[in-house]
Design a binder for this molecule. Structure first.
Ligand code: SAH
Length: 346
């Protein structure tokens, strides 16, 4: 099975090249691309405009995705559903489906585990196992659309992993997801969230991508931020903010600053004042995320404190939202994705 080419993750040009490689005409690649990303089929047998012989040849040489559904958790009262996928090398990753009145969002993973070791995040506890390929990233979306028989309108790269640590695969996946001739999820409906890898933010700005960008700030103070997010020792908060400003200016897009609220730690008036100063210095939006417990030493501030923190930020000439995570009653909320089964293998 592993010798077969995974067609999920191939661009149109790569599908055409694959067709030629197996001795077929180039346009067969275009047909394949359509079957995979537009019609979202998983089986060559369903590709009715391909000759039977070609369908047999494809079944021998290729596959449409390698992800296996290992578990589906739909216990959350909010309607969000957590999907656990098994990879061919027995690692596990998770994706979360989050329905809303106007959108169906999928929170997807970019790595198995994560190297960044943010203290409040469940994925950090796994360490980094490996990057996901482009195909493994896109296949989360295709498999879930097929299972649910439903289109996904929005994508957030906020599952397991640091997207900008797996930059090429993530950008290629987002490009495929947004291809008008393929999956056609609007680029403005795709959010890439980074813990703040400044050189990649600059590169992202220079390359002119249309996907939205979110940065996990979590503390305006370098010393505290470094304790919470060790990556801040490599790229300090001033570096990251300078990169975000560069991005905002160059792209003329409005980045989001995400801010996980940790009770008694980063939810004081002093923090709000410093955050407000940052927000006033650049075009951006603020997204407050009350911490979701992951079984460590932090706790979530009460609703009154969350509201107080938001009040301290006002008036603000910028969008401000509070993300009360919807999946938290089934361990599917922000920062809670750890693919717990991981412990059973390797
Ligand atoms: N590595 C990327 C994307 C994954 S985390 C990043 O850091 O942005 C997605 C968001 O969830 C980040 O804003 C992160 O700060 C937040 N997060 C992580 N653990 C959390 C937790 N336990 N509760 C609430 N938010 C959390």
């Amino acid at each position: 099975m592993k010798n077969k080419t995974n067609l999920v993750g191939l661009t149109l040009a790569e599908c055409e090249a694959f067709a030629e490689k197996i001795g077929e005409k180039k346009y067969r690649g275009r047909q394949l691309y359509k079957w995979i990303y537009v019609k979202k089929t998983a089986f060559f047998d369903e590709m009715t405009d391909l000759p039977a012989l070609l369908r047999d040849k494809l079944a021998e040489t290729a596959r449409i995705g390698f992800l296996e559904i290992a578990d589906v958790d739909d216990r959350s009262l909010s309607g969000s559903v957590k999907y656990l996928f098994k990879l061919p090398d027995n690692f596990f990753i998770e994706s979360v489906y989050i329905p809303d009145v106007s959108r169906k969002t999928l929170c997807i993973s970019s790595q198995v585990g994560c190297a960044l070791n943010c203290r409040f995040c469940a994925t950090a506890k796994l360490g980094l196992k490996r990057h996901l390929s482009t195909g493994e990233i896109v296949d989360q979306v295709l498999t879930i659309m097929r299972m649910r028989d439903e289109e996904i309108s929005n994508i957030v790269f906020m599952g397991m992993g640091e997207p900008f640590a797996n930059y090429e695969n993530v950008i290629k996946a987002a490009t495929l997801l947004s291809d008008d001739n393929g999956l056609a999820i609007g680029a403005r409906r795709i959010v890439i969230s980074t813990a703040g890898i400044a050189d990649k933010i600059i590169r992202y700005a220079d390359e002119g991508h249309k996907f939205r960008l979110a940065i996990s700030l979590n503390s305006p103070f370098q010393e505290q931020r470094s304790q919470l997010m060790p990556i801040s020792r490599r790229w300090d908060v001033n570096n990251v903010l300078a990169a975000v400003k560069y991005y905002a200016k160059k792209s003329r897009k409005i980045p989001t600053l995400e801010y996980v609220l940790l009770d008694g730690l980063n939810d004081t008036k002093e923090h709000a004042t410093a955050l407000k100063k940052i927000v006033k210095s650049m075009p951006c939006k603020v997204n407050l995320i009350p911490y979701n417990p992951t079984g460590d030493n932090f706790s979530r501030p009460g609703a009154a404190q969350v509201n107080q923190f938001a009040q301290w930020l006002l008036p603000l000439n910028a969008g401000l939202s509070v993300r009360w995570s919807k999946g938290d009653d089934s361990n599917a909320a922000c920062g809670q994705l750890a693919g717990k089964k991981q412990e059973w293998v390797r």
